[in-house]
Ligand binder design. Structure first.
Ligand code: HEC
Ligand code: HEC
Ligand code: HEC
Ligand code: HEC
Length: 608
């Protein structure tokens, strides 16, 4: 990563591009919501069981269905739109589809394929993004900043004109972010936030000066702009961007960045409308990137009819199927949801009187938009894939694995309270194999025993996932905890989902196999009145009982508690996002290793 050629010193703030956050235990991103945008509750956009084929065209149908709906069905037939704008925003760092189970929605690779598919129809296409490119919470700040750069590069390659700034950019040191993109050279997409200003020594510094790559020269464009105009096909499209009232207030109250402030929205929009009106390209279609709530966006629409379309923050992960029309106006207010799972496509058809008729479709980024072909060919065909590859390389180069904040495991805390206190550490599955040969043999040939290979070999777009903390944390032993997995050199013995991923750090038990305190810590789910999971027949019966009817099956409270605690252990990794199909009753039998003790019990001293 490089710093800009000439960051002005006058901003009263040293550039600190990649400061690492302190101990952060709140981890990455909330769950992706599987389900349906809008109101139809049975949209096929819900996740299928893994292994099912993605939904595409149903047999015999001529129309391709995307997310259960035909594409552009109510758009004028046989007529090309005069301009198409793809709206996105609030991706929150999801460069890829969220989750490990199929089918997954979202990701930049698919978005690029989708936009190319529109261009292949001969449609003129551009993109406008609302901003919030960074994760809402990032265990490592530097990773969020890398994701910003990767996305800006990808947006440029996909032909975007403009991007807004959201809360996540404001919270992540906007100047440092711009240092790695906007300040590098004048390139699209332009960052639009017309009301952003600097604050230095208690005084407001105008945007043009604060964000200028060269404050001594008057005619240099600031890297945070009021408007941008691009020609889409033959249609000049004007875009303006502002930080809405609610976000400005939020940023101020939370002191997200004391060197930034935001001027009144109406004043800024007056200036923006005037700037667009006098622009030499004479934009015919004006879009407002409004980083604020849909409610506030509707109010803005009333006062500024110059903007035919407003892109605003989404109320929920799953966006409405259609834009709303702001009350008392003709302005379309567009929401696209979160995490890049959907894009909003606006088609503008010119009418004889010079105004536009608008058509819109919300499109989920499903598996039909995966770049076809082998990885090598796909990387040549899709310009976003090499950018993701670059990103993965930068993650490895920055050694993020070693920067991950580690907290004590609950067993490590409890062991400190034993008499005498014990410092527990992870020892690796091979150490357990010495006395638990049968359990180890079963484990080694199942998925958990090779879980890191999923990152090294199966995940290839991009590669190098074994260096990314966001992946490694569930594909290794104790990554989030003290003495857990760090990297393949320092902790090769902690690769894969090992014994201690579920049983906790085992050094105490290995040193003293009969020690009751340590045995208890190795099976933290055990209850006084329930020592083990139910027998295999019961597990199977439950697996075959529909979830809704399971509540009627009688289970003793202590047994239920044990089940729930084991389930909780699994779901730290088999969570809603990465494995929405998880069901303990179905999964446990595949990893069950109970009742394998040799006659006479496990050896208390490791056999030679
Ligand atoms: C030196 C031999 C030895 C090693 C090494 C060893 N164990 Fe054990 N393990 C035992 C013995 C002996 C028992 C039975 C103790 C008893 O019940 O008195 C046992 C019991 C257990 C139990 C059952 C605990 C309970 O009471 O429910 C678990 C779980 C377990 N071991 C996990 C592990 C794990 C994980 C490792 C590696 C970190 C490991 N063991 C390494 C000897 C060993
Ligand atoms: C919250 C935990 C979690 C995180 C984070 C996570 N995974 Fe996974 N991953 C899982 C689980 C659980 C499974 C098994 C899912 C299943 O069986 O359906 C899995 C399965 C996979 C598989 C399929 C393996 C196979 O045998 O087919 C791949 C590939 C994979 N993950 C890659 C990744 C990548 C790449 C990342 C980072 C972008 C990642 N995972 C992050 C939990 C996680
Ligand atoms: C996916 C989580 C998970 C992994 C990985 C795992 N275990 Fe277990 N293990 C459990 C659970 C849950 C139980 C309790 C089973 C029960 O109550 O029937 C258990 C039980 C045991 C027991 C007691 C068995 C008995 O007959 O009472 C031993 C010993 C044991 N595990 C050792 C190991 C060893 C050694 C490894 C690694 C080779 C390992 N486990 C890997 C979750 C796991
Ligand atoms: C530390 C994270 C982690 C924990 C805890 C965990 N798993 Fe997993 N599990 C994974 C990952 C990652 C995979 C995918 C490995 C692969 O395919 O390479 C996986 C795969 C599996 C699979 C194979 C899935 C398939 O498609 O066949 C089963 C079954 C499974 N886990 C069951 C469990 C159960 C039951 C528990 C709790 C007792 C559990 N896991 C706890 C991470 C975890």
């Amino acid at each position: 990563m490089t710093v800009p050629h000439s960051l002005p010193a006058a901003r009263g703030k040293p550039l600190r591009p990649f400061a690492v956050l302190g101990l952060v235990s709140a981890l990455l991103g909330s769950a992706c919501v599987a389900g349906t945008p809008g109101t139809a509750p049975t949209d096929p956009n819900v996740r299928l069981a893994s292994g099912d084929a993605p939904k595409g065209a149903p047999p015999g149908s001529k129309e391709t269905l995307v997310g259960g709906r035909p594409l552009f069905a109510d758009w004028p037939k046989g007529q090309k739109p005069d301009a198409v704008i793809v709206f996105t925003g609030q991706t929150f760092g999801f460069l890829q589809p969220c989750g490990c189970s199929r089918p997954q929605t979202g990701g930049l690779e698919r978005r690029a394929v989708f936009m190319e598919s529109l261009r292949a129809k001969g449609w003129p296409v551009t993109g406008v993004d609302l901003g919030d490119l960074l994760p809402e919470k990032s265990a490592i700040r530097e990773q969020g900043q890398m994701k910003y750069v990767a996305q800006m590069n990808a947006l440029r390659e996909m032909g975007y004109v403009a991007v807004g700034i959201g809360k996540t950019e404001i919270a992540s040191d906007l100047l440092a972010l711009l240092a790695n993109y906007g300040y590098q050279k004048e390139q699209r997409p332009f960052t639009l936030a017309g009301n952003a200003v600097g604050v230095s020594g208690g005084k407001i510094v105008p945007r043009q000066q604060w964000f200028s790559p060269n404050p001594d020269k008057k005619d240099v464009r600031p890297v945070v702009e009021l408007t941008e105009v691009g020609t889409v096909g033959a249609v000049p499209v004007g875009v303006a961007g502002v930080v809405g009232k609610s976000l400005a207030l939020d940023a101020k109250n939370a002191k997200l960045d004391p060197t930034l402030d935001f001027l009144e929205v109406p004043d800024t929009l007056k200036a923006a409308a005037a700037a667009l009106a006098r622009h030499p390209l004479k934009p015919q279609l004006n879009v407002l990137v409004y980083q604020g709530t849909s409610e506030d966006a509707a109010k803005v629409a009333k006062d500024f009819p110059q903007f035919q379309v407003i892109l605003c923050q989404a109320d929920t992960d799953l966006p409405p199927l259609m834009p709303t029309t702001a009350p008392g106006t003709k302005t379309l207010v567009v929401q696209v949801g979160h995490k890049g799972q959907h894009v909003g496509v606006l088609g503008a058809f010119k009418k004889p009187d010079g105004t536009f008729e608008f058509k819109y479709q919300l499109v989920p980024m499903g598996e039909e938009y995966i770049t076809p072909g082998k990885d090598e060919d796909a990387r040549k065909a899709n310009k976003v894939l090499p950018i993701l590859e670059e990103y993965a390389k930068s993650v490895r180069a920055a050694n993020l694995l070693t920067q991950y904040p580690r907290v004590p495991h609950p067993a490590q805390i409890q062991a400190q309270g034993l008499k005498p206190p014990a410092a527990l550490s992870y020892v690796g599955s091979d150490a357990c194999a010495k006395c638990h040969a049968a359990e180890h043999a079963l484990w080694a040939k199942a998925h958990h025993g090779r879980a890191m290979e999923a990152l090294e070999k199966i995940a290839t777009r991009p590669t190098l996932r074994q260096y990314d903390p966001e992946c490694v944390r569930c594909h290794s032993v104790g990554f989030e905890y003290q003495t857990g997995y760090v990297d393949e050199k320092k902790t090769a013995h902690l690769k894969h989902v090992g014994c201690e991923s579920c049983h906790g750090p085992g050094s105490g038990h290995v040193a003293n196999p009969k020690g009751a305190d340590f045995l208890a810590l190795m099976s933290p789910w055990k209850q006084a009145d329930a020592k083990k999971l139910p027998a295999a027949e019961f597990m199977e019966k439950m697996a075959n009982t529909p979830a809704a009817e399971r509540g009627r099956v009688a289970i003793a409270p202590a047994q239920q508690l044990l089940i729930t605690r084991v389930e909780g252990t699994c779901m730290k990794c088999h969570d809603q996002e990465n494995d929405p199909h998880f069901d303990l009753y179905k999964y446990w039998p595949k990893v069950n290793h109970s009742g394998l003790a040799p006659a006479g019990g496990w050896p208390a001293v490791a056999p030679k």
